[in-house]
Design a protein around this ligand. Structure first.
Ligand code: CAA
Length: 269
């Protein structure tokens, strides 16, 4: 059994203990949140295991699917973190609140490593989301490049209702996808966003029935795998940088990227 290092401690836990399954089949890696009886609630161990998967991702992988077992994609952070006892071996918010700011921020940074790698240019990540995606669950879906959802999906950024901010890298992709005004509406009301709205505002690329979800994700993976790997990586890098550049800067970036592609394809060695 593969192991993951628990964030903030030297303890090592298996993927199973972290509530995950992880499989690699050729160019497709599949991560399954696998605590359906607790609606795939996430802990620091989950995030540490996700980071470990990112660190060790085999080079041949081009598609990473993130999905949840059972009725919900994920009910967010394990609510035991709010109790004095906390999550066994991982503490509680009242214990981490004793840390100095630097140590505390380092702890959050470790957790964020479980999410950030899903945007790597070399891969396309797809969240397959059914049922509830709350708090950390919503942010995990937002960490992926694409979201294909079941028609029973319910996204909710619960953090402000609990006195917290969303800190698992979800705020930027949310704003990028839906704009600041809609992001304020969604986060500061902590309301549910259903499938129809998610599709309409650009949170979801596609809505299908629950029964069709796995097939829809498989079809999208096959479509994505049909293009040239290096060109796909270079194109994703270009697209990711576009918002931060002027039109002229982006045009220049296109030239640089294309020169590299043409040389790779046609240069005589
Ligand atoms: N943490 C721990 N256990 C959870 C959980 C969570 N977040 N969510 C659900 N569970 C457990 C329940 O306690 C219950 O356990 P038992 O059977 O032992 O009683 C089991 O999962 C099933 O739960 P429900 O009966 O409530 O299932 P449901 O399908 O009727 O409802 C739900 C699903 C709407 C997701 C509901 O469980 C719920 O609202 N959960 C809490 C959601 C929440 O507030 N999450 C925190 C988000 S904020 C966040 O994530 C912060 C951050 O990143 C820093």
């Amino acid at each position: 059994m593969a192991e993951a290092t628990l964030g903030g401690s030297a303890e090592r836990v298996s993927f199973e203990e972290a509530g995950l399954r992880y499989e690699v089949d050729g160019e497709i890696a599949t991560i399954t949140l696998d605590r359906p009886e607790k609606r795939n609630a996430q802990t620091f161990a989950t995030w540490s295991a996700l980071a470990r998967i990112g660190d060790d991702l085999p080079e041949q992988v081009r598609i990473v699917v993130v999905q949840g077992e059972g009725p919900s994609f994920s009910a967010g952070i394990d609510l035991r973190m709010f109790t004095p006892e906390g999550v066994p071996g991982q503490g509680s918010f009242s214990s981490v609140a004793q840390l100095d700011n630097t140590s505390f921020e380092q702890r959050i940074e470790q957790a964020q490593q479980g999410f950030l790698w899903l945007r790597r240019p070399e891969i396309v990540s797809i969240a397959a989301v059914q049922g509830h995606a709350i708090g950390a669950g919503f942010q995990l879906a937002l960490a992926c490049d694409l979201r294909i959802v079941a028609d029973d999906v319910k996204f909710c950024m619960k953090e402000p209702a609990l006195g917290l901010v969303p800190d698992l890298t979800g705020t930027k992709p949310l704003v990028d996808l839906v704009g600041t005004a809609k992001a304020i509406d969604i986060c500061l009301t902590a309301r549910f966003v259903d499938a129809e709205e998610a599709f309409r505002i650009g949170l979801a690329e596609r809505v299908v029935s629950r029964e069709e979800l796995a097939q829809a994700v498989g079809d999208k993976a096959a479509e994505l795998l049909s293009t040239d790997r290096d060109a796909a990586t270079a194109t994703k890098r270009l697209l990711q940088g576009a918002r931060g550049r002027t039109l002229e800067e982006q045009a220049a970036a296109e030239r640089v990227a294309q020169a590299a592609r043409i040389k790779a394809l046609f240069a005589v060695s």
